[in-house]
Design a protein around this ligand. Structure first.
Ligand code: LIP
Length: 280
């Protein structure tokens, strides 16, 4: 008799049930992202009625809408999948084998200051691997979705990364926060410009990643970002044929990590620019 394979047995029925639960979760993620986006957009349009924004730290904006949107998303997930865990930017949370990772408004500074570039980002992580990613940009009514192995889609159309091969023609977004020293960010931007790239920062990491998946940008990089900003967009880029770093390594789910997502030919030059800048 051959030895029993190690690990739990997985039957065909388990696989089919997991696939159908994944379909249900994707449907839920899309519906809740749209509902949350509608709520955020109404608040954005009527923001003179909102309480004034506050700060969680230096240049780290917070609005009442962040918490309201996160509450809505949590309630919808809890109603549909009560056993799932939720980890959100505003209220934290817990981690289980089935965990939703939620940024209720990514691009909060933009939202607070009236700049129409923000989104809702929702990822679903199962046993340490991102399986679903949903990003909704309410102002443009663009819904980006990715399911592992199923491609990346924008409003029903399959999308793919740009295929750019030359860094000197590339548009790269370099995200910034106070979580890393300013000198490191400046060194990174300097290296990217020196390599010939055009460098931007638009203030929503999740949208930056979604734009890489759709070929609007050639790369998104940031020396540190949190899982709620990154996971949905990283799966989008991967499913759109791009290259991403191993964001979940070294407990990236809880602690965050550097992020790099790009069209494949730019990977080496951009990783090098990031690692050389990180120590500054
Ligand atoms: C922010 C991002 C921004 C990124 C920052 C930060 P918030 O999230 O979207 O682009 O560079 O690291 O995390 O505060 O708007 O949700």
């Amino acid at each position: 008799m051959p030895p029993e394979p190690a690990g739990p047995r997985v039957s065909g029925l388990d696989v089919a049930m997991n696939a159908s639960n994944c379909d249900r979760r994707l449907a839920l993620g899309c519906a809740v992202a749209r509902e949350a986006g509608t709520l955020a957009l109404a608040a954005f349009r009527d923001r003179s009625q909102l309480p004034p924004h506050t700060f969680k730290g230096h240049q780290d904006y917070l609005t009442a809408t962040d918490a309201e949107v996160e509450r809505l998303v949590r309630n919808r997930i809890a109603a549909a999948f009560p056993a799932d865990s939720v980890f959100g930017e505003e209220a934290g949370g817990s981690f289980g084998s089935d965990t939703w990772v939620v940024d209720p408004i990514d691009g909060t500074a933009n939202f607070a200051r009236g700049i129409p570039h923000f989104c809702i980002s929702i990822a679903f992580v199962q046993n340490g691997r991102t399986e679903l990613g949903v990003i909704y940009q309410p102002v443009t009514d663009e819904l980006y979705t990715a399911r592992r192995g199923g491609g990346a889609v924008l409003n029903g159309r399959t999308i793919s990364v740009s295929g750019m091969v030359s860094v000197s023609h590339a548009i790269v977004e370099a995200g910034w926060s106070t979580r890393r020293p300013l000198g490191a960010y400046i060194a990174l931007v300097e290296r990217l410009f020196a390599a010939g790239a055009q460098v931007q920062r638009a203030g929503s990491g999740a949208l930056g990643l979604a734009y890489v998946a759709d070929g609007r940008l050639d790369a998104y990089c940031e020396l540190h970002t949190n899982a709620w900003d990154a996971l949905a967009g990283l799966l989008l880029v991967e499913e759109a044929g791009g290259t991403i770093n191993d964001f979940l390594a070294n407990d990236g789910l809880r602690r965050g990590n550097p992020v790099l997502a790009c069209t494949p030919a730019l990977k080496d030059i951009l990783s090098e620019a990031m690692s050389q800048s990180a120590s500054r």
